[in-house]
Write a protein that binds this ligand. Sequence first.
Ligand code: S3P
Length: 416
Amino acid sequence: MSDILINKLKSYDRTVNCMPDKSMSVRAVLFNAYATGEAVVKNLLLSDDVLSAVDCARRLGAKIDIDGTTARIAGSPFSGAVLDCGNSGTTARLLIGLLSGLNGTYTIDGDASLRSRPMKRVIEPLRSMGARITDTDGRLPVTVVGSALSGTSYQMPIASAQVKSALMLAGLNASGRVTVTEPSKSRDHTENMLREMNAAVTVDGNTVSIEPGIIYARSMTVPGDISSAAYPICLALAVKGGHCLVKNVGINPTRTGIIDLLRSIGANIEYKNAVMSAEPVADVEVRQGKLAPFIIEGGLVPRLIDEIPVLCALACFIDGVSVVKDAKELKVKETDRISSTVAALRALGADIEPTDDGMIIRGGKQLRFGTVDSMLDHRIAMSAAVAGAAGAGVNIIDADCASVSYPKFYGEVIGV
Ligand code: S3P
């Protein structure tokens, strides 16, 4: 891992081709690896997390050829494997669900960060369906011995696309319908993709149902990742006179909490060349202007959960008090993102205070140069880069962990 030095930017005017979506890339790989038939996936994100999903899919028996950003994936029946999910929580949790109802014994592990993250949230509802799963104190490594699963109706205590997706995937091989209800709606890429692959998925408000059945490989083009677009968007809003155009951004409404929030505080954000479908895309143009402070709470939280660190970085440049609450989930991301966001921004002189379920930022104070430890969390590294570039510069330790979701981030977004 290496460090990076970022100087204060005097101005910001950039056109960026959006990085392909990480959530959809992981799903496209795993679902097609399991499905019957062959698919071509274009604009696949080749980041560390997606490469972990590709490695798992290959170990499970799928044949995957990658040429540029196009992957040709030929599925195969799975019969047992030892799997390393690296840093990818989505890969681990979705695989635990998918493999629970298949033949074979599967060991699922990951890096030190992933080993510290809770897996009980998927394991317990799966066990109630009949899954045979051995865990390590509720965490990885986990062993799944495929078994017969029953249908279920499960009320999720928290909104989580990973938990919902794990149960839906288990439902493909259950003996009856699986119904999952969330307290508020999380990203719905699994619903959209499985439906395209022939699964019988129905959605009613925050409740999703899936019938057991076969899924067929489906060729697709992955849209850009709004979570990656968040960095140039927030940087353009934080630098005086800033402007950016991010091309080909996925604007699925379950992911556009950041756009809704920024528009509500006065941001000038336009969609151009929008193409509507279940996974709509548009070019997103942003111009800096006066912003009011924000409150992030309630049902908005799952619609922008991964963007909270960079929104806190932006809040440092907005006069007044911005608040994040109802966001305890931040504590179980790649790092505890309440404490890692607070530590990163405090190192740059920000007035930010942690709370039990979020943070409070008193913005408008001049930032100073400082050193930020990314703690190997890609979103902390990139958020520190935004705060430093718009503030007074930053030295980021282990900056290259950005490659988990955004290879070439520093060159393409910051221009270093
Ligand atoms: C993801 C869901 C979210 C998000 C993560 C990716 C997904 O996690 O934070 O980065 O691809 O389903 P949770 O489902 O745990 O909220």
